[in-house]
Design a protein around this ligand. Sequence first.
Ligand SMILES: [Cu+2]
Length: 280
Amino acid sequence: MILYSGVNNAMLDYNKNKKIFLYFIKFFIITCSYFCSNVYAVEFNLPHGVSSISRNIYDLHMTIFWLCVVIGIIVFGILIYSLIKHRRSAGHEAHDFHENTTVEIIWTIIPFIILIVMAIPATKVLKFMHDDKKPDLNVKITGYQWRWEYEYLGDNIKYFSSLSTPQSQIHNLEQKDELYLKEVDHPLVLPINKKIRFLFTSNDVIHAWWVRDLGIKKDAIPGFINESWVRIDTPGTYYGQCAELCGVNHGYMPIVVIAKTEEDFAKWLQEQKKPKQTKA
Ligand SMILES: [Cu+2]
């Protein structure tokens, strides 16, 4: 009878473990499918963006993300398995030992190798982001409290880009539209498929020019020039903002970039030059 109840208990334990394990697998599959779905990609993940840099950043981010998922599954898998398998109620007793040189060497070397594996693609992306040699176009971007100034170097074009949301919307006298605090009077116009080098600086305090679809976030520092570059591959309008706490109107200095085809950009450039030619 005692033997029988022992077998019965073991069977119950086995069924319980199996149930817990199946719940864990279900949870894992649901989590993975959610993370892989478009909902996750649109709502929470980094955007693919429209430049070679933003795509490189996205790919690096996903590589590191999945590497972390694999590490998480292995570590938590072993942990949960050990907790269930070696629990006291199953008749196991805790071992009394500490300082195991072999284990310590293993748990130092494995993370070291993982870090090297992560550092290789990260360094490649960083190198790629810093290679701003041989640009087709140079644009100087200056931060002001609280607007941006864009200067097309060599083309004698220079203008300010300021928030264009009406004050009536800011003071709740009118309904806020879709582009509330995102719109500007003169957007930055750029050509697609051209290497554009940006030179960032500031006239007063530190600002940061951030357009996530282009994969660019650079500090604009007074008395200092920061550099970055982009090659946009899709025409469109891309929004960004100042990402440095730069004063009371920090939230009111958005960025709008309009990427045009090469022909349309050439036309726009000509139009910008026209008034100056007539004056001369
Ligand atoms: Cu700012």
